[in-house]
Design a binder for this molecule. Sequence first.
Ligand code: GAL
Length: 967
Amino acid sequence: MKFFTLVIYLLLQLATRSIRPAIAQSWPVHDNGLNKVVSGRDHYSLIVNGERVFVWSGELHLWRIPVPELWQDILEKIKAAGFNGIGLYELWGWHAPNNETLDFETGAHDFATIFDIAKVLGLYVVYRPGPHSNAEATGGGFPGWLTTGEYGPLRDDDPRYTAAWERYSGAVAEYVRPHLITNGGPVILWQIENEYGVQWLDPDAKVPNETAIAYMEQLQNHHRAWEIDVPFMGNNPNMWTRSWSKDYGNTGAEVDLYGLDHYPACWTCNLEICLPVNGAVEPYTVFDYYTHFQQVSPTQPSFLMEFQGGSYNPWDGPAGGCGELMDSIWVNMFYRHNLAEKVSAVNIYMLMGGTNWGNLGFPEVGTSYDYSSPIHENRLISEKYNEGKLFGLFMRVARDFAKVERIGNGTAYTTNAEVMATELRNPDTGARFYITRHDYSPSTEKSQFRLRISTESGNFLVPQQGSLTLDSISSKTIVTDFRIGATNKKIAYSKVEILTVSDLGERQVVVLWAPRGEDGEILLRGATSAKVASDNAGAETSFTVTEHGLIANFKIQERNIVIDIDNGVQLVVVDRDSGYQIWAPTLTADPQAWENKTVLVHGPYLVRSAAIDGDSLALRGDWSNETAVEIWAPSDIREVTFNGDKLATERSAYGSLIGLLPATQVTVDTIAAQLPSLGSWKVANGLPESALEYDDSRWTDANHMTTPNFSPPDTYPVLYADEYGYQAGNLLWRGHFNVTEDKRPSSAYLRVIGGLASGFSAYVNGHFVGTWLGSISNKTGELKVSLEDVQFNVGADNVLFIIQDTTGKDQREGAPDPRGILNASLFASDGSSLNFTSWKLTGNAGGNHLIEPVRGTWNEGGLHAERLGWHLPGFDDSDWEDGLPSEGFKGADARFYRTVVSLDMPRGFDVHLGFELNRLPHAKLRAQLYVNGYMFGKIIPISNEFSFPVFPGILNYHGENTIGLSI
Ligand code: GAL
């Protein structure tokens, strides 16, 4: 007896502990004296133009997509997936090649169109201009000239640094101000600094870091003075540092809105770097954000300013990245888990990674910034995109979620001890959301359970027939008292997830989805009868009228099931594959995308937009194979066009319009057949600088005997390229020295710093003496070389030539780390040293004073070919020899290959092209690929990535293309 009592008691305790009633509390709405109508926020959500918003945003980097004509394509894809916002970093260095120039005009440096596109499509913008950004960009976005030490250690209140960012940030503020929501634009939030989690010397004891506080105050005061009147937000790097929240600190430097960034599956494919930081977890472990936000920012919306879209791939990472660690099943569980954590604003980082072209990367990241993103580097949408769309289109109509309280969580909600649920409730409407998952989130079980829910009509154990299923790594959101659009019709509960709702006036279409083979059960309040309107045999449909309304039961199958309910609701039940093909384009530019301003389209690869004019519906989208299309639109639509062409449609028995998009004439195969072969090349010597007699008289004198840098070199003069005005790619050094009959060098010691994965080669009097191939763990290369085989010139000039390939500057406090030579020493056989008489240096043509602003400051380094413009279209190579990169060459030398090919891609087709380079496995080389002057591919000895997508617009699809290859 006693035993039983104990068990029951324990169970009760468990139940009471996890299912707590909400504590009624009223929360302040903050507006900080700003325009309250457009930008309020409270414990629940952001309030924009008087409406609560679940912010569903994704990040893209415009400078990684340097073809402004493509931005609309990408934003349309983002909008189509149900997002209502985008996050945009800015990079100071992209705009400021030197401290006098600020370029917001040339090419992609002029990004104002992005705001116009966002406005027209109905996407809010979270703008994040730095000064420091991180973003796996060289120097974290800091311009090279800022990182020499001359401006101090950076990110503090040093007047030298302050004066520099004031110029940049002031110009950005002026440029972007017209696009603030307060001025009619789409920008709703402005991030001040990035991941600057240093407010406290001790976050528990709240010991203030006065320097950081002074800097944050300056930043905010300036931005307010520049009339940036949207809320300022922060992006705290982790859950420990708790910086800049008004609810946590009171130093006067806190921002209006606290944001957290988090990467549960690691921000890099190199798990060793981040697993320890995240707490050495198993894949698929979810994190507790709720406690953190309630501790740090309880009166503000819980905002995941960066939440994992994918991860970046280091130089030695797997080809194609590590997307399997965060694929569509990951998306399914982790996006929903954020809801369980009462998060009401998320910015997915990255939603489209873009490309790591030129020298814009920081040392750790390889050539790709695909980032395993939902939208790939080549702009294709992925399965992950489609899985995310199931979530995004649901959240767009789950309006009650923008004001929820977390009521409780635990396994006591379910009939299976392995499965837990979190209950969230809207205090105004009573609508509830139950987020279910395996209690042990990495569980590989497939589990059955029933869920205890509360509704206006009472408590239920659902489903009433059968059970709920959870696949391994998955989550389901079960809603109760869910209002259908702006009507009074309600779903009392649904066992299967709602995909989206479209209110067509005369009827409301509710799309429900679940994996194929599962059962559905839905209780529609007040409904009394229903019929299956599609002719689905085997749908196992049944309807039961209860005192609360009508229960529909059905089995999810490959074909959509359409059920007409007598209250005017039409259920469309789809499986996951079919759900991936459902689109809900909006008819207005309102980011809120109201249910009565959408139509539904099933079928195509992508539906970009919809517009109604009279009785005609114009759709725009993408497809290639023959595609059946089904459209749910208001009943007075008589005509449909797709990309401007008439689409013949028939009306189905249940009111939808059914048509067929024919297979396109152009296919991957027909395009492949049209691609030019890269069979004919010209070649020239790419490294004349190694020769003794090379004339370096016009190179920069490297003669500084002191340095502003914090880490002085071992030997002088100072050979840090940064302070001589060169910041990117290859750097070339020539050290001159004399020898006498009695004293000549027999060895040299070289320590060269170029960043992780950088490399260098050394030559004396044209004779190759050694190379450092690069290492993923060492930013500095070291060589001790023998000079026994070198021919010296007694009484005349001798030259040590070093070419180093740098991999960008480190981020954050690592930015001032120099790039150049730390130690260059010559030793005679008796161990005594010899001096250099002078040093010369070159890097990219023009250095910080750019010759060609459009491709910008990071495109070129100092390779001979780059300095002479061999990579550019129009260079005359007529007197070069023929030569094939596939034949290559032997030895420690360099060649530059050029070819010009024509493309004539079919118009009206979105063709994505790329290059693949195959390296002989034993070849230890560094290669760079140039497409019409843009460096769009790079191989280093430890690379695994040999595939390089190139955007149309970089490639000329209707004319000549100059391809350059440096080896
Ligand atoms: C974040 C940072 C981003 C980016 C990301 C990892 O912490 O804010 O700029 O570096 O990590 O990809």
